[in-house]
Design a protein around this ligand. Structure first.
Ligand code: NAD
Ligand code: UDP
Length: 324
């Protein structure tokens, strides 16, 4: 049994990871300030004596002896991270700093959840881990993108300078049950709009693309990356040609869809849906194309996503139906 800390543990991804870690027989502490997370995501876990919840802001230092720390705390939906941009960048930077300091003192292993947003509006397609990105430093998305880029730098420097065992995932758009119905990201928006026969709000002309990953596939990748033996992982990465001291994996589903295709799919999947499409302004710096190159995860971890968008949408629509 391992002692696990999950920051952002009451959020969408954090609640799934907490559940999985408990099912595997571990003792799990979920830390969250409930900025975008919700205790309803973890109600069923609270009855488990091996689970505890701490209401705490990750930007404030914390202490505890853990074998593994998973750093997920950070608002992830553009409307939420843009609502309080200074707090977003503080959370990204100070959050991982506090995690790395604790890991350094206690020898805990760390997983940091980075993002495809570090590639910005990419000039290379698909994006592989060696691409350095195309990010605006002063735009409305920068608090998130640059916060996450800086967090990656901190992870790399704590690994190089102090030997902290930290592994990073660049997560591409992930969806599933436990997303907040008012989360604001495209899948939750479209499903909630379609369930209520409201207009489907496409931003721009809907030709921009995303590649959507179901949450279960992501949790599988997180577990594989954390469990890999450090030396073995380093060797595999060297052999692969990854010329860095820190493991970084793109984790996403390479099936790419335009936002218009997604809207059509969601409307078709909801019986008797009468929603029409309404076109709204495209927010600035909205990436035009996004698709992960997951060759490295495939070869080294033997991982690839299994859940197709149609199947994942069925599960997610079923979840959101309870908010109808
Ligand atoms: P989410 O908003 O549902 O979860 C984030 C959680 O962090 C919430 O529970 C929130 O309350 C908590 N949090 C925010 N600020 C905090 C703070 N200062 N102190 C403590 N807790 C705080 O989003 P999510 O989709 O579950 O994302 C989890 C992580 O994965 C984030 O770091 C995000 O950047 C990363 N990620 C997610 C996606 C995705 O598509 N879901 C893609 C790329 C990266
Ligand atoms: N989007 C949209 N309508 C919505 C919400 C989002 O057309 O109601 C678009 C958004 O402009 C972006 C894509 O869908 O091009 C994905 O947006 P999301 O907020 O889910 O995540 P992002 O990948 O932009 O961080």
């Amino acid at each position: 049994m391992k002692k696990i800390l999950i920051t952002g543990g009451a959020g969408f991804l954090g609640s799934h990871l907490s559940k999985r870690m408990l099912e595997e027989g571990n003792e799990v502490t979920a830390m969250d300030n409930l900025f975008t997370g919700n205790k309803s995501n973890i109600y069923d876990l609270l009855a488990d004596p091996k689970f505890s919840f701490i209401l705490h802001d990750v930007t404030q230092p914390f202490w505890g002896q853990f074998d593994e720390i998973y750093n997920l705390a950070c608002p992830a939906s553009p409307i939420h991270y843009q609502k309080n941009p200074v707090e977003t960048i503080r959370t990204s930077f100070l959050g991982i700093m506090n995690v790395l300091e604790l890991a350094l003192k206690t020898k805990a292993k760390v997983i940091h959840t980075s993002t495809s947003e570090i590639y910005g509006d990419p000039l290379e397609h698909p994006q592989n881990e060696k691409y350095w990105g195309n990010v605006n430093t002063i735009g409305i998305r920068s608090c998130y993108d640059e916060g996450k880029r800086c967090a990656e730098t901190l992870c790399a420097d704590y690994a190089r300078e102090y030997g902290v065992d930290v592994r990073m995932l660049r997560i591409f758009n992930t969806y599933g049950p436990n997303m907040h119905p008012k989360d604001g990201r495209v899948i939750s928006n479209f499903i909630m709009q379609a369930l209520h026969n409201k207009d489907i709000t496409i931003y721009g002309d809907g030709s921009q693309t995303r590649s959507f990953q179901y949450v279960e596939d992501l949790v599988n990748a997180i577990r594989l990356i954390m469990d890999y033996d450090k030396k073995e992982l380093k060797k595999k990465l060297d052999d692969y040609g990854w010329d860095s001291d820190i493991p970084v994996f793109n984790v996403g589903n390479p099936d790419e869809f335009t936002i218009r295709e997604l809207a059509e799919k969601v409307v078709k999947m909801i019986p008797d849906c009468t929603s029409k499409v309404s076109y709204e302004n495209l927010p600035s710096d909205d990436p035009k194309r996004r698709r992960p190159d997951i060759s490295m995860a495939k070869e080294i971890l033997g991982w690839e996503p299994k859940i197709k968008l149609d199947q994942g949408l069925v599960n997610t629509i079923e979840y959101f139906s309870k908010f109808k």
